[in-house]
Design a protein around this ligand. Structure first.
Ligand code: COA
Length: 331
């Protein structure tokens, strides 16, 4: 059996087999969020091809994901950088040769770290733009013909209730809605991603391809939040006038998030299942924010946290540049 139990990556509302006969191609598929998205789709009947830079990590994730359903076929293709179009195209070709099609695509590969503009070299900014924005463009270019073919072959809704085909999701973020300090690179890159998906929705909707964005907020237990959440980022203790600790919310999580808790990979997997399912047959060019309302309170903070060390603009005036720069104050 896989290391993860179904309730950890999927809510109990979906029907078994709703993606039977469909293949999903996922960049960044070994990562915390995208592996949960893939696991959920495979659990519900899909086969999958996951792409990553690290060979061992990607292949191991594929083997683990395949364990969620007897007979599942999951290929892990490592040594593929979304910045390199040729390697991505080869991976897409291999996916179709081995699994028969590409019906769904998740552009999930991303790069991020904490740095102010002062701490960013031109190459650092470019690296994130290249991975997120150009990587998403490359993913679209390498797979769009397959998606058109799938959308043509699997028109939905249909009388037989067969699963749809030709669906695209980009995993984005919410930084650019308000602006977030120390995230200029990721915010610019994800704004580009959202914009690209709008164009896909417009240009390929007439071919039956539905293209949407999922924008996660802070997700607990992910590499991204480990990176963005140093110095106790996101922790919050609320006390009454006698210094007694109050429960931050009915759900026991962060009071800085309106829903009262951090996101989970399951939240994002559920959103993915919805957008690829027949329930979302006419959802195109949409941004589905899955963050408990967190972005409505972000901006001054680094993100959703209320850590005093990250209060705006004190940490900037104190000279914070990047966790990587030896001379910068630690974030
Ligand atoms: N602060 C400031 N600059 C940084 C940095 C940091 N924390 N980390 C990397 N950089 C800079 C590097 O110094 C380099 O710039 P330079 O050539 O001017 O010195 C530039 O970014 C590229 O770094 P490099 O490590 O050569 O690039 P890479 O392609 O191997 O890695 C990154 C890309 C930087 C995005 C890296 O963080 C990465 O691979 N991340 C993938 C995983 C990830 O980010 N997951 C979280 C998703 S939310």
């Amino acid at each position: 059996m896989s290391k993860q139990q179904p309730h950890e990556f999927l809510s109990p509302v979906w029907r078994d087999g709703i993606f039977r006969g469909r293949v999903v191609f996922v960049t960044g598929g070994a990562g915390d969020i995208c592996s949960a998205q893939t696991r959920a789709l495979v659990y519900l009947g899909a086969d999958a091809c996951i792409i990553g830079r690290k060979v061992e990590k990607t292949e191991a994730a594929a083997i683990d994901i395949a364990k969620v359903r007897k007979g599942a076929r999951v290929i892990g293709i490592g040594n593929v950088d979304v910045r390199n179009f040729e390697s991505l195209q080869k991976a897409a070709d291999r996916c179709v040769a081995e699994l028969g099609s590409i019906d769904f695509v998740i552009a999930g590969a991303a790069g991020n770290f904490i740095s102010s503009i002062a701490g960013l070299s031109p190459n650092a900014f470019k690296a994130v733009m290249d991975i997120d924005t150009i990587g998403t463009f490359n993913t679209i270019k390498a797979t769009i013909d397959h998606l058109i073919k799938s959308a043509t072959a699997h028109v939905s809704p249909n009388a037989e209730n067969l699963p749809p085909g030709g669906r695209f999701i980009a995993v984005s973020a919410t930084f650019h809605y308000t602006g977030v300090p120390m995230q200029s690179h990721a915010a610019a890159a994800k704004a580009g991603v959202d914009s690209l998906v709008n164009s896909v929705a417009l240009e390929y909707g007439p071919y039956g391809v539905m293209a949407n964005v999922i924008a996660p907020g802070p997700i607990e237990g992910t590499e991204g939040m480990d990176r963005l959440g140093s110095s106790g980022f996101g922790e919050n203790v609320v006390t009454d006038e006698k210094g007694q600790q109050l429960r931050p919310s009915v759900r026991g999580g962060s009071p800085s998030i309106p829903s009262g808790r951090w996101g989970t990979v399951r939240d994002i997997a559920d959103a993915t299942v919805y957008l690829f399912s027949a329930a979302a047959d006419n959802v195109n060019g949409h941004v589905l924010v899955v963050d408990g309302g967190a972005w409505r309170r972000q901006g001054g903070f680094l993100s959703a946290g209320d850590n005093p060390a990250l209060q705006y603009p004190g940490f900037l005036l104190a000279g914070a540049a990047s966790s990587r720069k030896k001379t910068a104050s630690k974030i």
